[in-house]
Design a protein around this ligand. Structure first.
Ligand SMILES: [Zn+2]
Length: 67
């Protein structure tokens, strides 16, 4: 039996936190579950980086074809 959270070998017999390996993992899992329940559905707040205008400085330094 492995802890579903940290995947470490877990003692089943006499383990008050089974199937987790420890109280820490159990509480963490419960906390994760609670967080899932309270998750507000909505658009993901993706970090949209402002698109900087690409200044093509090399365009003026090109060779003159029409001289
Ligand atoms: Zn664990």
């Amino acid at each position: 039996m492995a802890c579903p959270l940290c995947h470490r070998p877990t003692a089943w017999e006499g383990n008050p936190w089974r199937p987790f390996c420890s109280e820490r993992c159990q509480l963490t899992d419960l906390g994760t579950w609670a967080a899932e329940q309270y998750r507000v559905p909505g658009p993901n707040l993706l970090m949209e980086l402002p698109t900087e205008p690409t200044q093509d400085a090399d365009s003026d330094a090109g060779e003159r074809s029409n001289d």
